[in-house]
Structure formats: structure tokens, C-alpha cells
Design a protein around this ligand. Structure first.
Ligand SMILES: NC(=O)c1ccc[n+]([C@@H]2O[C@H](COP(=O)([O-])OP(=O)(O)OC[C@H]3O[C@@H](n4cnc5c(N)ncnc54)[C@H](OP(=O)(O)O)[C@@H]3O)[C@@H](O)[C@H]2O)c1
Length: 332
């Protein structure tokens, strides 16, 4: 007994989602994978797209019916929103909400829009959450190989009885039941996902790599491409070991010298200042301030965001990566 509630294919009724008409709006990373997996699980599915977009062509090339988002929403009785989170509120209001009817359901891949109140389903329309724990290309590739990706699911508090069974059915149809489907809430998924991205995956780890690389090159006199290996490329080796074996299992696979150094230095690098920043991030996310700032930035045209992206892309570590890639015949 693990104490973790898990549903597998045998616990889910695929018939529930097969009886519905599903429009997957947004044919990107998640949208393409979910739409194709649904189709291959026998679900009646169309892609909701922006007419003339490259993804409209992609959906048709994949053999799906592609409709403009309002038409797709009108046709369907389950609408999955897989466009970028920061665009969902406006697209929902303009192109989806007018076409919903009581009994319809909305499926989200992330809790952001519902938890922070940017999308409020009309009365009689259930909000469901189905978040695969990995990117779309894994979701599709694993499904094609007969496996799947773990999914976490929720029905919103305001949803009607039976809504949870429908989201279980949806998760099974995209392949989640082959591995395991676990319950969450919109709040839990949303806060945990944003916190993980900011403090570790996309924020904290990236800044750690940049700072460590710069110090090693500028103060340690190490060649930029050498430092690139030691503080960036090898992240993947350790991340793969942690993914497969956990942290203690990873330590079993590295040298005792590396492990001794880890105990000596790691906790000092992530000291009180870093922990205070993590707590501040958690507060910022839970209060909704992060979401408000991101929505304001989006509605102002993402000017500051795009300037920051350009500035970060100018960091000398990128030159080191390009030089290394050009010098070697391998991408790894
Ligand atoms: N990426 C992940 O690994 C992951 C994992 C779990 C959950 N999620 C969640 O899944 C959702 C989608 O994320 P994503 O990473 O898959 O997004 P993405 O790859 O950026 O794809 C977004 C898609 O939305 C389309 N789009 C934009 N505006 C549209 C509109 N008005 N009407 C129709 N389509 C429109 C874009 O197509 P065009 O630009 O061609 O129109 C694009 O195909 C988000 O809620 C995200 O949090 C993502």
C-alpha cells in the first residue's frame, strides 16, 4: 500500500468520453498529442485552430478535422483548452463561452485560468483538469508505444456529480490509465506547477547554471566550453539519474568524491537567502500576484518579457554552447 490513490484503465469507463464530442482548442505541444491520442482511443475529436495558422495545416496533415475555434466549440460538448495559459481568458470569452450549453464540459491542462479566476465556466458547464506529467511529445510517443504518461486530474468544486468520472475517462483516453491517474485539485496543481517551474526547473536551476559557469570562467580561468560541460551539459546526466532512481539512488551511481563534495557545498549554495526567495515565490504565486503580473504583462504586449528574453539570450554562456556544438559532431 502506497497511500496514493491511483486509477488505471480498468478503473475508468472509456465509454464516457467516447459518447461525447471533443474539441481540442490549441494544436501545440499538448494539443496535438492529446487530440491524436483521443482519436486513436476511439473518441470523436476535432482540432480548434486559428484559420490560416501553421497548426491548422498540421492538424489536417495529421488527418484531423480542423475548425475555427468558435465552430469547434459549437460542435463539441467537451472543449479542451490547450492554448497558452495567458491567452485563455480572452479566447474563452470571445470564441468559446458563447457556444457552450448546460451539460458541456471544459478540460484544462493546467489550473491557472480557473484557479486564478480568469475563466469561470457558466452554470451547468463543468471545469475539469487533466494534466499529463510531461511534454506533449512524450505523451504521444509513449501512447504510440503502448504505454502512457501519468496524469493528475480534478473536477472543480462546482462541477456536477459524474464530472470526475468523465475526466478519468478523458485521462484514460490520452493514455494516462496505462501508467496511473492521480487526483489533485485546481489549486494544488496550479500552485505546485508554477512553484516548481520558478524555483527549480526554469528559474532557480537556470540561474544556478549561469552563475556557476560565469564564476568558473571569469574567476577560475576555465575555458568557456569546458565549463559548459561541467555546469550545464552534465545536468542531464544527474537529472536522468534522479528521475529514474531518486536522489539517494543517484548518489549510489556517482563517485564518493562527488558525493562528499555535494554534502560539503550543496547546502551552502542553497542557503537561507535562496530559501527565503523560495518562500517569497510561493507567497507570490498563492496570493495571485504572479498571475496578475503575468496577465498584465501579456495584455501590455509582453514588451518587458520579450526584452528580458533578448537580454538573457545574449549571455556569454550561449556563445560557449554554440562553439561547443560547432566543434563537435554530436549534440550531446
Ligand atoms: N508544455 C507542456 O509540457 C505542458 C504540460 C502539461 C500541461 N500544459 C498546459 O497545456 C496548455 C497548452 O500548453 P502548450 O505548451 O501545449 O502550448 P503551446 O505548445 O504553446 O501551443 C499553443 C497552441 O495554441 C494555439 N493558439 C494560440 N491562440 C489560439 C487561438 N486563439 N485559437 C486556437 N489556437 C490558438 C497555437 O497555434 P497557432 O499559434 O498556430 O495559432 C498553438 O498551437 C497550457 O495550459 C499548459 O500549461 C503544458
Amino acid at each position: 500500500m502506497t497511500g496514493i490513490r491511483v486509477w488505471r484503465d480498468a478503473d475508468c469507463d472509456l465509454g464516457l468520453i467516447r459518447e461525447r464530442k471533443v474539441a481540442v482548442v490549441g494544436y501545440g505541444n499538448q494539443g496535438r498529442a492529446q487530440a491524436l491520442n483521443l482519436r486513436d482511443s476511439g473518441v470523436d475529436v476535432v482540432a480548434g485552430v486559428r484559420p490560416g495558422s501553421a497548426t491548422e495545416d498540421q492538424a489536417r496533415a495529421d488527418g484531423l478535422t480542423a475548425l475555427a475555434t468558435p465552430e469547434a466549440a459549437a460542435w463539441a460538448d467537451v472543449v479542451t483548452l490547450l492554448i497558452p495559459d495567458e491567452l485563455q481568458a480572452d479566447v474563452f470569452a470571445a470564441d468559446i463561452e458563447p457556444h457552450l450549453a448546460p451539460g458541456d464540459a471544459l478540460v484544462f491542462g493546467h489550473g491557472f485560468s480557473v484557479h486564478f479566476g480568469y475563466v469561470t465556466p457558466p452554470p451547468g458547464v463543468d471545469a475539469l483538469l487533466c494534466a499529463p506529467k510531461g511534454p506533449g511529445h512524450w505523451l504521444r510517443a509513449n501512447y504510440e508505444q503502448g504505454s502512457g504518461l501519468a496524469c493528475i486530474v480534478a473536477a472543480h468544486d462546482a462541477a456536477r456529480p459524474g464530472a470526475f468520472d468523465l475526466v478519468l475517462s478523458y485521462a484514460a483516453a490520452i493514455g494516462g490509465g496505462r501508467v496511473g491517474i492521480m487526483p489533485t485539485s485546481f489549486a494544488e496543481e496550479c500552485v505546485a506547477d508554477l512553484y516548481g517551474e520558478q524555483t527549480v526547473l526554469c528559474g532557480g536551476m537556470v540561474e544556478l547554471v549561469r552563475a556557476a559557469w560565469r564564476i568558473l570562467v571569469e574567476e577560475g580561468g576555465v575555458a568557456p566550453h569546458m565549463a559548459y560541460y561541467d555546469v550545464l551539459k552534465e545536468v542531464k546526466l544527474i537529472a536522468d539519474l534522479m528521475y529514474e532512481r531518486g536522489i539517494a539512488g543517484m548518489y549510489e551511481k556517482i563517485s564518493d568524491t562527488a558525493e562528499f563534495g555535494a554534502y560539503r557545498t550543496g547546502a551552502a549554495v542553497v542557503g537561507d537567502e535562496a530559501k527565503a526567495a523560495m518562500r517569497a515565490a510561493l507567497k507570490d504565486i498563492r496570493s495571485g500576484q504572479f498571475a496578475r503580473d503575468w496577465m498584465a504583462e501579456t495584455r501590455a504586449g509582453k514588451v518587458k518579457f520579450l526584452a528580458e528574453r533578448a537580454a538573457k539570450a545574449d549571455h556569454p554562456i550561449e556563445d560557449a554552447g554554440r562553439a561547443l556544438a560547432a566543434a563537435l559532431d554530436t549534440k550531446t
